[in-house]
Design a protein. Sequence first.
Length: 165
Amino acid sequence: MIFQGRAWKFGDNIPTDVITPIAILFKPMNEIVQHVLETVNPDFPKKVQQGDIIVAGQNFACSSGRAIAPKAIKAAGISVVIAESFSRTFYRNAHEIGLPILMAPGVSSEVDEGDILEANVETGVIKNLTKGKTVQAEPSPPFLLDMLKAGGLIPYVEKVGFPSD
């Protein structure tokens, strides 16, 4: 699973309440994506393109366990989210809906907004094609990688079934 796209950069401690504000929470997804992350970058929902990549600092998607946040990011066209660290709830929710994420300490200091990145979810290698630099992330564990390849938890279970008791 290798993704290439333009980087959108966000800082530390971006809460799910900022990713998907309460005012849009119960709207249809096509309306939600028009407001994803707009309070921290008003251009993001207007200019994000299919395949783009989010790069963030520490504790991305903290605070509430809003499961809609990774769904909205994925629906906006983001191919992979790379952060120095994630909230545990977002980490789980992202895998369950098939949104690839990589944890890469130090990545935010190696990437500027607009850089073109190539991210290999299987190996954890992140190449900044704009700057000619490489960052090593933690590769996805095999089970989570299989889940991502299937498209999320439900497609994975439909493919392999439930484990025997």
